[in-house]
Design a protein around this ligand. Structure first.
Ligand SMILES: [Cu+2]
Length: 66
């Protein structure tokens, strides 16, 4: 397992947290949003999903990975 932390702009409420965490779990990874810090801690299996795919999934929900 790999762990990364992404800075994500645009998350403002619990709905955003659910959208982002849901998009990440849809890829078979685990995401934990820290709303105040605008960060997402992600644990993923690099054999199954790439960082780029995770970033895309978050951006597809309408948030910006910075
Ligand atoms: Cu929201």
């Amino acid at each position: 397992m790999q762990n990364i932390t992404l800075n994500v702009e645009g998350m403002s409420c619990n709905h955003c947290v659910k959208s982002v965490e849901g998009a990440i779990s849809g890829l078979g990874a685990t995401g934990k949003v820290d709303l105040a810090a605008k960060k997402v801690d992600i644990a993923f299996d690099e054999a199954k999903v790439t960082v780029d795919q995770i970033k895309e999934a978050i951006e597809d929900q309408g948030y910006d990975v910075v």
